[in-house]
Design a protein. Structure first.
Length: 246
């Protein structure tokens, strides 16, 4: 046994959860914390051997992932999202690490697909989220959005990838942006912004992703990703300004 638990938080992920769980055949247990699904997410997860729990109250991503970590039986935690898959190379690497760990916290290379195509630029080429850790030394912070694992310990790096199947359609991307910007706007409500901020934010984000981060090399998908991501920045500030006007 590796004494390793995989933890997932999920909501209405019936289209993704089976693919994710089937890639976790190397862990000792899978803990899925459901945050309010109305589809077959929980049913599918149980059928594939996951321990399914329900979150009592949503207070953001950070606290939800901390709760999922608490529910695990083992101290070593592999955190993965429902739309992600552990590659075969990553499975082998993690098994070796757990048997003789050099660190208590590891960041893992993530390769992401957008509209069905692998994205190699747009800034996504430097995506290394912290996902493997010993909860005695590290854990998720309590940020409602853009949560991360934190710990007062050195961090190792794993280059064998997690595959991330992000937005399969433009509609799904826009829906998630609407959700995320609601949370971000709540966090920044106390700050004052002029009407120039949404437009300047859009331009800065688009230029960074498409030009500086060479998103143009990802072709049509890189253009769409850069544009909608920039729109998300503008939408966040517009929602803040709307709240201020009220």
């Amino acid at each position: 046994m590796l004494n390793l638990s995989a933890v997932i938080i999920a909501k209405n992920e019936e289209k993704n959860i089976s693919r994710c769980l089937r890639s976790l055949d190397f862990v000792d247990e899978i803990v899925l914390l459901d945050t309010g699904s109305t589809d077959r997410t929980c049913e599918i997860a149980r059928s594939l051997g996951a321990k399914v729990f329900t979150l009592d109250e949503w207070k953001g991503f950070g606290l939800a992932k901390r709760r999922a970590t608490e529910l695990a039986s083992n101290d070593w935690i592999f955190s993965i999202d429902a739309d992600e898959v552990a590659s075969d190379e990553l499975k082998q690497r993690i098994q070796k690490i757990i048997q003789n760990p050099e660190f208590f916290l590891y960041r893992i290379k993530r390769k992401s697909f957008y509209l069905g195509k692998m994205i190699n630029y747009c800034g996504w080429q430097r995506d290394f989220p912290k996902r493997l850790f010993n909860r005695k030394h590290a854990n998720f912070n309590d940020k409602p959005l853009h949560e991360s694992v934190v710990g007062n310990c050195p961090i190792g790096t794993i280059y064998e990838p997690i595959y991330h199947y992000t937005y399969p359609t433009i509609k799904s991307h826009l829906q998630k942006i609407d959700f995320y910007t609601d949370i971000a706007a709540e966090q920044l409500t106390g700050k004052k912004y002029s009407f120039c901020k949404p437009f300047l934010g859009f331009i800065a984000k688009f230029c960074k992703m498409y030009l500086l981060e060479r998103g143009f090399l990802d072709g049509r998908n890189g253009l769409i990703l850069s544009f909608i991501s920039a729109f998300g920045v503008a939408l966040k500030y517009l929602k803040i300004i709307e709240k201020q006007s009220k």
